[in-house]
Design a protein around this ligand. Sequence first.
Ligand code: BG6
Ligand code: MG
Length: 211
Amino acid sequence: MKFKGIIFDLDGVLCSTDEYHYLAWKALADAIGADGFSREDNKLQRGVSRMESLEVVLKRCAKQYSDVEKLALAERKNEIYKSMLGNMSEKDLSEEVYSTLLALRERGLKLAVGSSSKNTPLILEKLGLGSFFDAVADGNCVMRSKPHPDVFLLAAEYLKLSPEDCLVVEDATAGVEAGVAGGFAVAGVGEARGYGKTNYPLGTFSDILKI
Ligand code: BG6
Ligand code: MG
C-alpha cells in the first residue's frame, strides 16, 4: 500500500450505528408529524452534522421551528439515539473490522478516525477502541461537517501526514466528497462503493488490505 495513514469514518464504516441514527430520526419524525420521512431521506443525513440532519426531517414538516426549538429537537433525537446505544459493547465491533485494523497497524500504518459525530468518543469507548487510534477528529473539533474536508484534514494533521499520504474510508457520498475535497484518495463501502468519485470500491471492509 502506498499510503502511510488511514482515516476511517465511524458510523457505517467501523460500526453499524447508521441504522440507529435512522431509527432515532424516524422516532422523532413520527413524534412531530414529519410523516413523509423515509430511508431515502436518511441517505441525505449520512455524514452530515446533527443539525443538518435535523433539517432533512424538518423539510417534511409544515411547522416552522425557531433556532432554540431546533436545538431542543436535535437534543431529543440524540437522547433517543443514545438510549439505542445503551447496550452497545465490544461485541458490536465485528471480528472483520478489528482484525483488519490490527493487520493494518502491523504493516506500520497510522490509523485515525474522522467522523462528523459528536458521540464519537462515547462509541469508540463502547467498542473497546477508546485508546486504539493514533488520532481522533470528530464533530466536536470542527465547525463545518462533511462534505467539507475539515474533519479529515484535522485527522491528517494530528497524524502529521499530508492528505496524499492518507486513505479515507467512507460509506457516505458526503464523506467521499469531503475526502476528495481535501485531496485524499477514498475507499468506499456500502453506498459509497458505487459512487463515481470513490477511488477504491471495497466489496467488504477487509478488502482494504488488498489496496
Ligand atoms: C455522522 C452520521 O457520522 O454523524 C450522521 O453519518 C450524523 O448521520 C452525524 O448526523 C452526527 O452525529 P451525532 O452523533 O453527532 O448526532
Ligand atoms: Mg458514515
